[in-house]
Design a protein around this ligand. Structure first.
Ligand code: HQG
Length: 172
């Protein structure tokens, strides 16, 4: 689901609109043709439980589904800018540190840099990449300086921003 709705809908021939929405019927149909036998009930369960995180959401009429963060495909989730907490956290691999300290955090292949409200969550995110390093982000000061932040619509502990220049980063 993450792979298709965030990164490669074309792989199963799925249409994702400019706001990231895919038709539920089409998703189930294309997934079935791809050999993944998912019905609506299982999809609902996936969206509710999603491996501990709310990664997807249904549209109000329940006919469409989208990933709520993490995209590399160009989508406009129509999120409203919001004032972030004073400090947010980012977990990364130790091996990325020298580059991050020099260039800052950038979104790499995704549309946004992903930041966590809780340091422990940043640790979990970073450990996906190897030996972990945690950075504290001066999000309050960044916001005051005009940087725009968004909060995930389904996971309030995840914040999104386009970049974090080095001067706003502190290695913990
Ligand atoms: C690093 C998951 C070198 C960055 C997670 C990270 C998250 C740099 C990696 C969400 C750099 C990109 C996103 C620079 C950034 N030089 N490395 N200048 N700037 N990086 O996977 O934040 O579980 O694209 O530190 O939980 O790890 O899938 O981003 O290590 O919320 O729902 O480049 O994906 O969500 O890695 O993860 P990623 P991320 P799910």
């Amino acid at each position: 689901m993450s792979y298709v709705l965030r990164h490669h809908p074309e792989e199963i021939g799925l249409t994702v609109n400019e706001n990231g929405w895919a038709s539920v019927d089409e998703l189930l149909d294309k997934a079935r043709k791809y050999g993944k036998n998912i019905d609506r009930k299982l999809l609902e369960k996936l969206i509710e439980e999603g491996g501990g995180k709310k990664r997807f959401t249904f549209s109000e009429d329940q006919q469409y589904v989208r990933a709520t963060y993490g995209h590399s495909i160009k989508v406009d989730l129509q999120l409203n800018p919001k004032t972030p907490p004073k400090v947010l956290y980012h977990g990364t691999a130790e091996k990325n540190l020298s580059s991050i300290i020099e260039k800052g955090l950038n979104a790499q292949s995704r549309n946004f840099v992903h930041l966590s409200v809780i340091e422990y969550d940043a640790h979990e995110v970073g450990s996906r990449h190897g030996s972990v390093a945690i950075l504290a982000v001066e999000s309050g000061i960044m916001h005051r300086d005009g940087y725009v932040f968004y909060q995930s619509e389904s996971e309030p502990g995840i914040w999104l921003t386009k970049e974090v220049p080095p001067k706003f980063l502190n290695k913990l």
